[in-house]
Design a protein. Structure first.
Length: 464
């Protein structure tokens, strides 16, 4: 067993690890990536972002077929099982792995598949699947090990009826009724997916409204649409205990209620993957959720060891993780300061989608900032009428006096795409960030992008 020397060793090949590796090699660094799974891509590719969004797309197509009158001339509505729909997601995963493996090969980045642990502040020991041990010495190290679902000790996740957001992809049947505990992004997305397959869903929310970080009007719209899909939303509830049975699961709530379903999906929080890495040997400590603290250059309290992605917490989005990884690698061993990722659009893939950037109405009101609202209802847009995707709206918040765009909030089909037009305007400096950009720009017609012109006209007409 020899020691291989590198400028940078990265633990994890998810979005943060990949972003770090690609940027570092472009900067002339000799790079190695350690991945404990047999394939690159991390949880994003294999368990989280890609499979859940591929699932959502397939379910959305099924819903469109079953509700569009045009298709009734072809045949009756069809029912699809969860395992059958999951196969479409598996095809996407394979393509993603192939693409990402090629990126590493093309850029001459060394991949080590095995468990990586710290021996000292500059050395990583990798135990590969076959038992072979490699030691990697690096001037700089980036921890990009991601996260996993949080599992409370009093819930038996070994039971065949209890799942988390990772193991739900192993489900071999379609339940008639299910409980989803946790109404955050993951819980809300899976409530959309399963209800779209005809499953009766009890969505247990520990807060007083869905996704409370969103603009209230958007949050309320999501709740309305989920209820239309036959989801029962139970706010301000906490579990007392989970009782697994041979034929299902009973959840006892602190309020005295009891819920019974065929299965339970636990979707309440995530934990950083920092366990059994030897962090204690080098003086690095994670918090109670397994997350590492970093500064605005993504450095830990050990200057040559950085961290990025879900393992550092907010915003726990694949999009942000990739940019965080790039910045962490750029800062490592360099005098140049790379961007600190602090403005990230939300992308929530419920049915319909949600995406937002900037301040909410509640935040602007609390800060006593004089703002106005411009709205475009999708039901009034020609493109939405053509596609049949008439549920949703675009909402622009802007300063009454300076006309600066302060927030973009979108609910509806393609919301995660639509938001980026507003993002580009908000990123401009000074007077270039203005609601009037959307009035003075010609948009293709008919398009969903035209919603910006409609919302801007609505907002400007409110000024006096």
């Amino acid at each position: 067993m020899g020691v291989s020397n590198y400028d940078l060793v990265i633990l994890g090949s998810g979005p943060a690890g990949e972003g770090a590796a690609m940027n570092a090699v472009k900067l002339g660094k000799k790079v190695a990536v350690v991945e404990q799974s047999p394939f690159v891509g991390g949880s994003c590719t294999h368990l989280g972002t890609i499979p859940s969004k591929a699932l959502r797309h397939a379910v959305k197509q099924i819903m469109d077929f079953n509700t569009n009158p045009l298709f009734r001339e072809i045949g009756d509505p069809r029912w699809f099982s969860f395992p059958k729909v999951l196969k479409s997601a598996e095809k996407v995963i394979q393509k993603q792995v192939q693409s990402r493996t090629m990126y590493y090969s093309r850029n001459r980045i060394d991949l080590y598949f095995g468990r990586g642990t710290f021996v000292d502040e500059h050395t990583i020991e990798v135990i590969e699947k076959g038992g072979n041990i490699e030691k990697l010495h690096a001037a700089n190290i980036i921890i990009a090990t991601g996260s996993r679902p949080y599992r409370p000790a009093d819930v038996d996740f070994s039971h065949s009826r209890i799942f988390d957001s990772d193991t739900i992809l192993e489900l071999t049947n379609t339940p008639r009724r299910m409980i989803i505990y946790g109404a955050g992004v993951i819980g809300s997305e899976y409530a959309s997916i399963f209800s779209g397959l005809g499953v009766l869903v009890d969505l247990v929310d520990t807060r007083d409204r869905l996704l409370s970080f969103l603009d209230t009007e958007i949050s309320d719209a999501l709740g309305y649409q989920l209820r239309k899909m036959n989801v029962i939303i139970r706010h301000n509830e906490e579990y007392l205990k989970v009782e697994p049975l041979d034929d299902g699961v009973v959840m006892h709530l602190k309020s005295g209620k009891k819920l019974k379903a065929d299965l339970l999906l636990w979707a309440n929080g995530r934990t950083g993957n920092t366990q059994n890495m030897g962090l204690e040997l080098i003086g690095l400590k994670s918090d109670s959720r397994g997350q590492l603290e970093v500064d605005q250059e993504y450095r830990t309290n050990i200057s040559h060891i950085s961290a990025a992605g879900d393992v550092i917490g907010w915003p726990s989005l694949a999009s942000a993780a990739y940019d965080q990884g790039r910045s962490a690698a750029g800062n490592a061993g360099s005098s140049r300061k790379w961007r600190y990722v602090n403005e990230v659009p939300t992308g929530i893939y419920t049915i319909p989608e949600i995406s937002s950037l900037g301040a909410t109405e509640e935040e602007l009101t609390a800060a006593a900032i004089p703002y106005e609202v411009g709205k475009a209802l999708f039901s009034r847009l020609a493109r939405a009428q053509i596609t049949g995707e008439k549920v949703g709206m675009l909402k622009i918040l802007f300063h009454r006096e300076t006309e600066e765009v302060l927030g973009i909030h979108c609910f509806g089909d393609q919301a995660s795409e639509i938001v980026h037009i507003g993002q580009a305007v908000m990123a401009q400096k000074g007077k270039a960030n203005s609601i009037r950009y959307f009035l003075n720009t010609t948009f293709n017609y008919p398009t969903m992008a035209e919603a910006y012109r409609v919302a801007a006209l609505d907002g400007i007409n409110r000024l006096f």
